[in-house]
Write a protein that binds this ligand. Structure first.
Ligand code: AHR
Length: 662
């Protein structure tokens, strides 16, 4: 057919055909950048858990944050047993009135062996009271209900009353526990707040003289995520849920390691009855002289069961990280001898049992007793956090031998050390290649410029070696660990550009997470962080929204797209096999709007494309409690009739196009 048709063409038609490309080009917007996406040749599958969450109990992210207990040091197990607790002082014209009783911390005949301290309250005059300062104050919401509970033992006073007072000392809620005996027993009552207060105070009043022993004193919101009794703070989980993360890494971070081995994270002490979980110091308590947090401990109210449950709730794969017999190499660097590793390895084997084992197995039984007979579907475990050097490699071999022998289905995540290049990094990678490790965790706390310069970092990684987990990254606007770092759009857009490189190389990069995740505005140690909160409110930073936009628009297979990085434009593309969409991500890192043309080949797009735009013309833009979505995704639509789509890229923006395709 074609030759005949050619034969019948007039000279005019031939001329017109020859001039067509030039005509089409002249129809393009001037200087339009061309983004070419080849949907005819999909590449590797993108991991279902590609963009996820790194959670560490740093910045009061657990106690005082995600774990919404209002009472600080509820079990009197902080190093200073009365930290957070105070006697109520009376004042008269003569000065301070002597208190009408005393507080005494005792260990004789305690509630249990793992929680050896309790408070003995000796009341001389009715109305003796003491109070708890909470986590930088106590936040309560008008009409919200709180469960006041405690273990009490007494043959004297018959009741104890809790009150909440606002910043002006006005009572805004009260509840009473009563009916005590001479044996330890738990009591509870519901307290309703009549007003909202950001920095309220919790008071405890005993109205009869005598002696009363009390432990595990708790004031806990009823309105938790999924209304669970030992549940998590709703607004914070909602942010995580909305992000649609592929995995949840927990519990860190350096707290896995501890400053010494004695204070390492041991998952077995974090499960079961909360009154039996052993409180220890938080590794970030003493870390930074400029941000001391002497009241930073771990109650483990948020423990491994709750982490697994959280992962399940938000649709994320669980990724627990375990201590491998090494304390933090930036601190004591204590190491368990190779002959002492049995306990550590057993912890790992038992964890698999706890997560996946049948309810008839010892640890599976505990999981069922805690309320989850079904398995948690654990598929991967981190061996060590941010470790390096030959001591680490030797210890990994011991773990790998035991774990691979009995659980070949579990992938092991290992560390590439604390920095993204250099001798430690190189020696780690050459070891992991030799040992044929499954997944290597790389960390980069680098400048925004580094992130832009490294969008091609994985283009030439060995495809036959271990896979990569970009496990901790965040652009540092000043420098790593500087308390002046900002969560601004300059950092976030750099991370977005870098993430196009992660996505393009999803055959080798299997997972990625920003770090750290959360910070309390009045109690942080480390900046920047994806989510900020106070006692009542929370907001996602621009950096958080970059993570969210990528995780919500990840696709199932990579598509070749050009240019990958050119003249301030960074792109990646994927195909979503389940929704039949081509997903194109474009970052315009320039102060001017830019016309562009997305040219799709290999498919016939038509219909309404979804467009998600995130950006600001101001690189210093940040979110805040007052303006929580100053930089946040905006949705719009675009009619698509052909494979050539003209778009206008906003200045300094990340735009995602979800284009319906046949
Ligand atoms: O994210 C903060 C810390 O940075 C992590 O605990 C540690 O793994 C890294 O050094």
């Amino acid at each position: 057919m074609a030759p005949n048709r050619m034969r019948r063409m007039t000279p005019f038609a031939i001329l017109a055909l020859a001039l067509l490309p030039a005509f089409l080009l002249s129809q393009q917007p001037k200087n339009a950048a061309v983004i070419a996406v080849d949907a005819a040749h999909p590449g590797a599958a993108i991991s279902r858990s590609m963009f996820g969450i790194f959670f560490e109990d740093i910045n009061f992210a657990a106690d005082g944050g995600l774990y919404p207990e209002l009472v600080k040091n509820r079990s009197f197990e902080f190093q200073e047993a009365l930290q957070g607790w105070h006697q109520t002082m009376g004042f008269s014209s003569k000065g301070i009135d002597p208190p009408k009783g005393e507080l005494d911390v005792r260990t004789d005949d305690p509630l249990n062996e793992t929680n050896p301290h309790y408070l003995r309250v000796r009341v001389e005059e009715p109305g003796y009271s003491f109070w708890n300062s909470g986590y930088r104050g106590v936040g309560v919401k008008k009409d919200a209900e709180y469960r006041f509970s405690a273990y009490v033992r007494t043959s004297g006073p018959r009741s104890i009353r809790a009150t909440i007072t606002d910043e002006k000392g006005r009572e805004i809620g009260t509840a009473r526990l009563e009916g005590f005996s001479g044996q330890w027993k738990r009591y509870e009552a519901v307290l309703r707040a009549t007003q909202t207060a950001q920095h309220a105070q919790l008071n405890f009043i005993v109205e009869e003289p005598g002696t009363l022993d009390i432990d595990m004193v708790s004031v806990f919101p009823l309105d938790t995520w999924k209304h669970r009794e030992n549940g998590l703070r709703k607004d914070l989980v909602q942010l995580l849920y909305d992000m649609h993360p592929g995995f949840l890494r927990f519990p860190g971070g350096c707290i896995v390691e501890g400053r010494q081995l004695a204070t390492r994270y041991r998952w077995k002490t974090t499960v079961g009855d909360i009154a039996q979980r052993k409180t220890i110091i938080n590794r970030w308590n003493l870390e930074f002289d400029q941000r001391p947090a002497q009241d930073y401990f771990q109650s483990f109210g948020l423990g491994f069961y709750e982490y697994f449950q959280l992962a399940e709730d938000i649709g994320a794969q669980p990724l627990p990280i375990l201590n491998c017999g090494m304390a933090c190499q930036f601190n004591s660097s204590e190491t368990a001898a190779l002959g002492q590793l049995d306990e550590y390895v057993k912890d790992a084997l038992d964890l698999i049992d706890f997560a996946n084992g049948p309810v008839t197995s010892p640890w599976g039984k505990l999981r069922a007793q805690m309320g989850h007979p079904e398995p948690f579907h654990l598929t991967m475990i981190g061996v060590g956090n941010e470790q390096w050097g030959p001591r680490y490699f030797e210890r990994y071999k011991v773990f790998a031998a035991a774990l691979k022998a009995s659980h070949p289905e579990i992938k092991l995540v290992v560390s590439a050390g604390p920095s993204p290049s250099g001798d430690l990094f190189d020696s780690a990678w050459s070891t992991w290649r030799q040992l044929n490790a499954d997944i290597v965790d790389e960390h980069y706390y680098m400048s925004p410029e580094w992130f832009f310069a490294n969008t091609g970092r994985y283009d030439h990684y060995d495809r036959s070696g271990p896979k990569v987990f970009a496990g901790e990254y965040a652009a540092q606007t000043i420098q790593s660990t500087s308390s002046e770092n900002r969560n601004n759009w300059q950092a976030a857009i750099a991370e977005a550009a870098f993430m196009t490189g992660l996505e393009r190389n999803a055959d080798v990069v299997r997972m990625a997470s920003y770090a750290p995740l959360m910070a309390h505005v009045d109690a942080w140690q480390w900046k920047p962080d994806a989510i900020w909160f106070d006692n009542l409110r929370s907001y996602g930073t621009p950096n958080f929204y970059v993570q969210s936009v990528f995780a919500n628009n990840v696709g199932t297979r990579i598509l070749p797209a050009t240019p990958e990085a050119e003249d301030g434009l960074y792109t990646s593309a994927s195909l979503d096999d389940s929704t039949h969409e081509v997903i194109v991500k474009v970052i315009n890192n320039s102060p001017a709007a830019r016309p562009a043309e997305i040219r799709l080949t290999g498919i016939h797009p038509s219909g309404t494309a979804k467009v998600i735009t995130l950006g600001s013309t101001d690189l210093s833009a940040e979110n805040s409690f007052d303006h929580p979505t100053a930089v946040a995704p905006q949705s719009s639509t675009l009619d698509v009739r052909s494979g050539t789509i003209s778009v206008q890229l906003r200045p300094y923006s990340l735009t995602v196009y979800r284009i319906p395709a046949q």
